[in-house]
Design a protein around this ligand. Structure first.
Ligand code: URA
Length: 207
């Protein structure tokens, strides 16, 4: 069931990204036979998870969070009883930056309009940002720059804004799962922070 043609609208974004020759990452993608990573999951999801940019596994498959960080995300979701297929998972930057370097501000600016369109199409009620790049972008985009701070103080906090979509959206910054691969303290913190999501799971609708 797709009453609002969301599948088609999201497919149009994918088609545009495939031909996104203006991106400085386009050549790197095509030379390596990588895919753009648009997003994956339920197009009518209540929860949207937003990471940074695809890594190698993601670029090779076109699927977000399918490598080491993705395995942690899967466990985090499982720990609060959320099914991965019920949520929507994406990134700000849709192509892999060379050797997993941080995305450049110009790359974030270039790819962000695609994320904005995904937000407008999917209309998530809860946005979980994974890492400092998506935290900063989303908080600013939703008019919450005055609540911004370092991720070490904002992780696991709850923010609300109705400045972008036509209803109040809850924004919860979390550490990036990749930051917890070798850091057990961050990993424990991430699992603790995820418990916050339980209160937003409405049993009557898809997560
Ligand atoms: N890290 C991200 O930020 N996104 C992915 O899809 C994978 C790793």
């Amino acid at each position: 069931m797709d009453p609002e043609n969301r599948d088609e609208k999201l497919k149009a974004i994918r088609d545009e990204l495939l031909g996104f020759t203006q991106s400085p990452l386009y050549l790197y993608r095509t030379e390596n036979h990588y895919f753009p990573v648009v997003g994956q999951g339920n197009h009518y999801a209540t929860f949207m998870f937003i990471g940074e940019a695809p890594g190698k596994n993601e670029a090779m498959t076109g699927r977000p969070f399918c490598g080491a960080a993705g395995k942690i995300l899967d466990k985090l979701l499982e720990s609060v009883g959320i099914k991965r297929e019920d949520v929507y998972i994406t990134n700000i930057v849709k192509d892999r930056p060379q050797n997993n370097r941080d995305p450049e501000p110009e790359e974030i600016e270039l790819y962000a309009p695609f994320l904005d369109r995904q937000l407008e199409i999917i209309k998530p009620k809860i946005i979980v940002t994974l890492g400092r790049f998506s935290m900063a972008y989303i908080m600013k985009r939703f008019g919450l720059e005055h609540e911004l701070g370092p991720i070490s103080s904002l992780h696991g906090t709850i923010h609300t804004s109705n400045s972008l979509l036509s209803f109040p959206v809850t924004i919860i910054p979390m550490y990036h799962p990749a930051a917890s691969i070798y850091n057990t303290t961050t990993r424990e913190q991430l699992f603790n922070d995820f418990q916050i999501l339980r209160q937003f799971i409405n049993k009557n609708e898809v997560a």
